[in-house]
Design a protein around this ligand. Structure first.
Ligand SMILES: *Cc1c(COP(=O)(O)O)cnc(C)c1O
Length: 393
């Protein structure tokens, strides 16, 4: 039993207290340290904390937890997913080039095309599902290959090990946005990825209550640089939100497994409905990349997208559903229905959207914890009304 490895479900519950050395009270929760500064006992020797931008005990417990969950050595908590992503890109310098998955999160697309470019960092967007295309897009000054799998909103699957191999043979780093899978289902560091990124706003926190981001690495040199950037740029996660995220993480396995079961049922219901033109869900056997996804993950996740004939039908459908909230974001206890064209991908120009399959009829569903029968009944009734509209026209 000496090389027995604890299951992740257990780490999710106990990880935060384990990194906690100052256990005096027996409290089962990490305390919220609302302190910006720390008294130094000695004139010439400082304690482990000095100022909360540089380090805060509650944030540290969270950072140690996410590092352990991802199989990394260091974790970093940021004010948002975007600040975790942007801070990681600060590892680059003017003159560098990045290769980016063409269907990245809309905010990441905006950051790269409208902010990073101001610092003379060049980019190429590429179909990351096509390894030959990835290979062709690597330039002598390419420093980072940026992945997101499954991608948003069409759930395209990237062969992580394939890209890592290309990156390593070209001396590039790999970053991966693991928001959709979480470490419960996908652990990219084990596949050779250098930095794993999260919008912890989504599944990790899980209750639509906070905005948070995380970065994890197992490379000490990168960790030192990220720690420097985190402290210097300063977009850190506050102590109260760190606490809420620790609490959210504890129930991740129970939540995500249940939502995944329901998502699978809903995807199967939708794929047989005559009004639905397409269903995107990595758990469907015919989904492009299904086999690769199953090889590199241990779950299909709770997000799916589907295509209705056009905008008018999509509008009717959204207006007639009663159970999901209609909103941006995903990964919460409540089911969230969203319209990528004007919500998550509004920052993307029209033609770029169309090229990526984000058409006027596309809707994304992040399945929550309501009973699957209630969700399917609600969707079924809305589709029935939407179908009448199609017939009338
Ligand atoms: C939401 C999201 C982000 C951005 O995270 P914020 O916490 O909103 O800043 C990045 N990547 C993915 C895949 C997301 O869903």
């Amino acid at each position: 039993m000496s090389n027995y490895k604890e299951q992740i479900e257990t780490t999710l519950i106990h990880g935060s207290l384990r990194g906690w050395s100052e256990q005096k009270t027996g409290a089962v929760n990490v305390p919220v340290y609302l302190s910006s500064t720390y008294h130094q006992e000695k004139f010439d020797a400082f304690g482990p904390f000095d100022y909360s931008r540089s380090g805060n005990p509650t944030r540290l417990a969270l950072e140690k937890t996410i590092a352990e969950l991802e199989g990394g050595t260091r974790g970093f908590a940021f004010a948002s997913g975007m600040s975790a992503i942007a801070s990681s890109f600060m590892l680059l310098s003017a003159g560098d080039h990045v290769v980016v998955s063409e269907d990245v999160y809309g905010g990441t697309y905006r950051f790269i095309t409208e902010l990073l470019n101001k610092y003379f960092i060049d980019y190429t967007f590429v179909d990351m599902t096509d390894l030959d295309a990835v290979a062709r897009s690597i330039l002598p000054n390419t420093r980072v290959i940026y992945m997101e799998t499954p991608s948003n909103p069409c759930l395209n699957i990237t062969d992580i090990e394939g890209v890592v191999k290309l990156a390593k043979s070209n001396d590039c780093l790999t970053f991966l946005d693991n928001t959709f899978m979480t470490p419960l289902y996908q652990q990219p560091l084990h596949l050779g990825v250098d930095i794993v990124l999260h919008s912890a706003t989504k599944f990790l926190s899980g209750h639509s209550d906070i905005i948070a981001g995380l970065a994890v690495t197992n490379n000490e040199e990168l960790a030192e640089k990220l720690a420097f950037i985190q402290n210097t740029f300063g977009s850190i996660l506050g102590a109260q939100d760190s606490y809420l995220l620790i609490q959210g993480i504890k129930t991740l396995a129970a939540r995500l497994k249940q939502s995944t079961l329901s998502a699978f049922q809903i995807a199967n219901y939708l794929k047989d409905h005559p009004l639905i033109e397409e269903v995107y869900y990595p758990g469907l056997s015919y989904h492009r990349g299904h086999a690769i996804h199953r090889r590199q993950t241990s779950g299909d996740g709770a997000v799916l997208s589907f295509r209705l004939p056009n905008k008018e039908v999509a509008k009717t459908f959204v207006e007639k559903t009663k159970v999901p909230v209609f909103a941006v974001s995903l990964g919460a206890v409540e089911t969230i229905l969203s319209y990528p064209s004007t919500m998550s991908h509004a920052a993307m120009p029209n033609e770029e959207r169309e090229k990526r399959g984000i058409t006027d009829g596309l809707l994304r569903l992040s399945v929550g914890l309501e009973h699957a029968c209630d969700l399917i009944r609600d969707i079924d009734l809305a589709l029935e009304i939407a179908a009448k509209q199609v017939r009338v026209r």
